[in-house]
Structure formats: C-alpha cells, structure tokens
Design a protein around this ligand. Structure first.
Ligand SMILES: [Zn+2]
Length: 274
C-alpha cells in the first residue's frame, strides 16, 4: 500500500532510511523547517538550510523514487531570539516561490513563552499576507494542552485564517478534538517515547474518525522512527480497519491538504478523490 509521510526531517536521516521507506510504500513526504539540535547563529545559516530543503533534499529523495516537498519558517525553540527571528522572517519570501514549498511551518509554541507567541503571530501574519498554508507544531507533554489551546485561540481570533488551510500537528487524545472542532486539519505524530504510539493513534482514529486527520513519523535527528508509518498501517489492519479507510488516512488526507498550496507539485500514482 502507498503512503505519504507528511512530517519528517529527512536532512537528518541516512540514505538507508529512504530505501526502507520506499520499499514500504512511501511515495511522497513533506519536511517542515525545524530546529537543528543547536541554535543557528545567523539568518545566512537559515538561508543555507532553506536551500537544502528546497533544492538539495528533493534531489536526494528523488534518487529513491520519493517526492519531497517542504515548509519554511523559524522554529519555536529559536524564536526566543526575537531579533534573529525577524531577520529570518525577512528572508523567507525570497525562498517561498520555489517548487514544492507548501507553506509556512512548523511554526508554533514550545514552552509557551511571550517571545514564542510574538514570533508565532508574526509568522501567521506573513502566511496570511503571502496566502500560504500553515503547519503548526504543538508543545510536548505537560505544556501540550495549554499550548494547543493558546494556538487555537490565536488562530480562531484572526478573521483572515481559514481553518482548513491550517494543520495542527502532534495532537493527542486530549487535543485532537479541540482542533478538529475548530475546523483545522490535525496530525498525529508516532514517536517511540513521547507523543503517540501506533495503538494510541488507532484509538484516536476510532474515536474521532478519518475526516481532516493524518499521521506522521516526525523522524528527525533524535530518537525517532522513519518506519513508524508502515507500523501504523499494519496496526490499523490488525485492528480491523478496511483498506479504503487506511488509504484515506495515510495517503489521500495529506495530499488533499497539500494540494491547497499553490506550489503543490506532486503527481500521485493513484489519483486523489475529491
Ligand atoms: Zn517536526
């Protein structure tokens, strides 16, 4: 079965990961801009990273038959440096018109601080002015409910935002409903330690259905698993989900969301239904 991983940081992964993902049925992925594991020192360093995301990584992925798309932003961890964040925001428009750039992301909150909120709002403003989709990172563990609530409140009070052009990521049992009820798309992140296990992700699907919901591995430079999506496929099958609803969750839904972007450039092997 074909699948799409809508959130994975391939610049941190080795070629063997591409090989295993392709063998398991991955045909496309999207890579949000992310923290490097250390704070970058200048806007120029972000410029190099945006080149990597928009030019070099799509070429690497193509060698394995996987279509690579991406998102651009400064992440919440580096938003504490407001001056640097604003310099990065000023250069993002230069990179936005490249093929396969789906929008602004993953923006969001990490520790729910005042500086994070300031830069989050400025990036939402940039996305609205440039008519981009938005991918939102929600905080981990103890900060998750409060941070998700803050993000949803900020976004629903901005009349320019159309909720079905926004993906709220890393949702869990206690945050999926508030995001779905407000009309947003949601992503469940399958992480070995924090976030969702495959069993919990299936629980969430059984509770909330398959409308506007998708799953991802969020594989990155830390302890994470780029094969989490095929694991979820197997888990859905063993728990009795039929092939069409699995296909909708892991293939059609991410592509339905992505194709709202003006630079969506993937020709999927199976056409996506309306
Ligand atoms: Zn991420």
């Amino acid at each position: 079965m074909y699948y799409v991983d809508p959130h994975i940081h391939m610049v941190s992964r080795i070629t063997d990961d591409y090989v295993r993902m392709a063998r398991a049925g991955c045909v496309a992925l999207s890579e949000p801009a992310f923290w490097a594991g250390f704070d970058r020192g200048s806007a120029a360093a972000f410029g190099d990273y945006f080149d990597q995301l928009t030019i070099h990584e799509p070429r690497r992925a193509a060698q394995f038959g996987i279509h690579h798309m991406c998102w651009l932003c400064i992440n919440a961890k580096e938003a504490e440096n407001v001056a640097l964040s604003r310099e990065v925001l000023a250069i993002i428009p230069e990179y936005l018109d490249r093929p396969g750039v789906l929008g602004i992301g993953e923006i969001g909150l990490n520790k729910n601080t005042k500086n994070e909120v300031t830069i989050f709002e400025e990036q939402v403003d940039l996305a609205m002015k440039t008519d981009e989709l938005i991918l939102v990172h929600t905080p981990h563990l103890a900060d998750k409910y409060k941070g998700t609530r803050m993000i949803i409140d900020i976004m629903t009070s901005d009349s320019r935002i159309t909720p079905d052009r926004v993906l709220i990521d890393h949702v869990e049992e206690h945050t999926a409903k508030i995001a779905l009820d407000a009309g947003f798309w949601v992503g469940m992140t399958l992480y070995p330690t924090t976030k969702c296990t495959t069993d919990r992700a299936v629980d969430i699907v059984e509770r909330f259905g398959t409308e506007r919901i998708m799953a991802n591995s969020a594989g990155d430079w830390g302890v994470s698993d780029p094969m989490a999506m095929p694991d979820l496929l197997r888990k859905l099958r063993t728990r009795g989900h039929d092939a069409m609803s699995i296909h909708k969750l892991v293939y059609e839904n991410p592509l339905r969301f992505f194709r709202r972007s003006k630079r969506y450039n993937f020709a999927p092997p199976i056409p996506v239904r309306e």
